[in-house]
Design a protein. Structure first.
Length: 581
């Protein structure tokens, strides 16, 4: 693979250690909680040995972290349980102390914020917060593989990271799967989902680290995708001093625009615009036929994502009279697809002056695991109202729940009557809470933070162009030179929202995984800037997890251009922004 390492040397700014703001007051808090009052002794004394940590673990149970010590108004956090978990060959996890607890709600009717913190006895003095997904509501344990991690990759906890996560302050099990946003009727729970819970849980975790390890982490990272990716960018924008490094994968950056987009492609489906399997296949095959070879090889993978946007004409699939047809699309079906592929234009500005939500990209219409148009846009059935059916497309379900519980705040609201202008004030208010579109990352940059964003061009859950648009807004605000010192945007062609891709012609899955945590850590801790091309791999799922194929993931705006040789080897590609067109 022909790669170009970025020649710039990132400036090494002094960093504030997470949690240092609490100062001497922490010792009093720990004493009040029944814990060790040693506070942050990082750099002045050796950490406790493993025997001491084994004793310290169960002593955490039943203690509290007072709400006054957190960075936002909050109830007290109670550590409900703390138990040693033995190392296990089956799980691949080391011996660690598992802490579970909750932060008490501040208002009547609100749920507590649940969290889990995992403290390895062999600690690398780094911490990793892991983000959620969808509407959250499920406890993120910090014990699962990270998004897009290669098969066989040791879990972060096994690498020595202290890990933690949260449910963001509500329990999804309390609601129907077709009503995932019902919790938003409670203002505190919605504020926790927007951004407050992540700050609160991070602050609690750091109190626990200092109580258990007698020191704060040397480095604090945040890793997440989709909703979790939005959370990561939110933290960089709202709480820039809290994290040394962030990985944000397929983030729902323009949350409000995205959900209005869900409603935009729902509306035509009430008027004949549903898409069955045959219609989706028609689109997928046409896109592949027009764009496959733009990247230098006809392999069933659309890698030249920008070239395909310019080349493919969706209107060319229209039936001659605009009616139904077996080998063409009706006007109603085209209306649904155009609402997904073309920008959603708002009649008023959202937070940070945003007026459009960009359309999705061509390529990836049918994906492994059922991803693509059939999962997110249309399942071929007319959507149910007011409550969608469980068999409706996920975008239809999400859009309906957003309209009924976040905007109209009426469970019986019929989305067929959704009017942007009628709800303009509420939409703008929600945008200020939810949208991670602030391009001013100067505070995060000045504290030495590093940010890696990944977009997948076959993503139909959200538009990869939204991440591109955000990246370009940061560059416009801060300048390319400064942006290059702390920010990278990589693009994985044809990959789905979940990070998988397969050839349209052979069905063979292509390389989409990369150890992005390691890439971030080397940049944030050792000052080694990421290359312009990262190697994605497809490994055997069985040990020893042999690499079966590799391909570069290029820094935006480049894509992997095939130059000859073994198509399963990354060495046969170079990152190019010109293409074969």
């Amino acid at each position: 693979m022909h790669t170009t390492t970025a020649p710039r040397t990132p400036t090494r700014h002094g960093r504030l250690r997470p949690g240092l703001l609490f100062g001497a007051s922490f010792a009093l808090a720990v004493a009040a909680c029944g814990g060790d009052g040693g506070g942050d002794t990082s750099g002045t004394a050796p950490p406790p040995d493993q025997a001491a940590l084994r004793t310290a673990c169960p002593a955490l149970a039943g203690t509290k972290v007072e709400g006054r010590l957190l960075g936002l108004p909050s109830g007290d956090a109670t550590l409900a349980s703390a138990q040693l978990v033995a190392a296990g060959d089956a799980t691949g996890l080391p011996e660690y102390c598992q802490v579970r607890g909750a932060i008490a709600a501040r208002s009547a009717g609100a749920d507590p914020i649940r969290f889990q913190i995992n403290l390895p006895l062999s600690w690398n003095e780094k911490a990793l917060m892991v983000g959620g997904g969808g509407f959250n509501g499920t406890l993120v344990t910090g014990l699962d593989p990270l998004r897009d991690a290669p098969a066989g990759q040791p879990l972060p906890l096994a690498q020595g990271y202290a890990t933690f996560g949260t449910d963001s302050g509500h329990d999804a099990a309390a609601y129907l799967a077709t009503d995932p946003a019902k919790f938003a009727l409670n203002d505190e729970m919605f504020a926790n989902f927007a951004h407050e819970s992540y700050k609160k849980v991070k602050d609690v975790a750091h109190e626990v680290f200092r109580r258990f390890y007698q020191r704060a982490p040397r480095k604090q990272y945040f890793f997440g995708g989709s909703e979790g990716g939005r959370e990561r960018l939110t933290m960089a924008q709202r709480y820039p001093q809290d994290f040394d490094g962030i990985v944000s994968v397929v983030p729902v950056i323009q949350w409000t625009g995205l959900f209005n987009g869900f409603l935009a492609f729902t509306q035509p489906q009430f008027h004949g615009g549903t898409l069955d399997t045959a219609s989706i296949k028609l689109v997928a095959d046409a896109v592949n036929g027009a764009c496959d070879a733009l990247d230098g090889i006809a392999d069933g993978v659309v890698s030249d994502y920008l070239g395909c946007q310019a080349r493919f004409d969706l209107q060319a699939l229209r039936c001659p009279d605009g009616g139904d047809g077996a080998t063409c699309l009706s006007d109603a079906q085209l209306a649904t697809l155009k609402a997904a592929y073309e920008p959603v234009r708002m009649p008023f500005p959202l937070a940070n002056g945003i007026t459009t939500y960009p359309g999705r990209m061509f390529g990836g219409e049918i994906q492994p695991g059922g991803e693509g148009i059939g999962r997110w846009i249309s399942t071929g059935q007319v959507p149910s109202v007011p409550t969608p059916a469980a068999t409706d497309a996920r975008g239809v379900i999400y859009g309906s729940s957003y309209a009924r519980y976040v905007i109209a705040r009426d469970p019986a609201f019929d989305v067929r009557g959704y009017d942007l202008l009628a709800y303009a004030d509420r939409i703008r208010q929600v945008s200020e809470w939810m949208d991670s579109t602030n391009p001013d990352l100067s505070a995060f940059f000045k504290r030495g933070g590093k940010l890696i964003i990944r977009e997948n061009t076959g993503d139909f859950a959200q538009s990869p162009a939204a991440g591109i648009q955000y990246y370009e807004s940061v560059v416009a605000r801060m300048g390319q030179s400064d942006a290059d010192k702390f920010l990278r945007l990589y693009v994985s062609p044809a990959s789905s929202h979940g990070g998988r891709a397969a050839s349209r012609t052979t069905g063979q899955e292509v390389p989409t995984t990369h150890d992005t945590l390691d890439t971030l850590d080397r940049w944030a801790d050792a000052g080694v800037a990421p290359a312009d091309a990262l190697v994605q791999v497809r490994r055997d799922t069985a040990a020893p997890h042999k690499v079966l194929a590799s391909r570069p993931m290029c820094r935006y705006p480049a894509f992997p251009l095939y130059g000859g040789g073994d198509p399963l080897s990354a060495d046969s590609y170079r990152c190019s922004s010109l293409g074969a067109r």
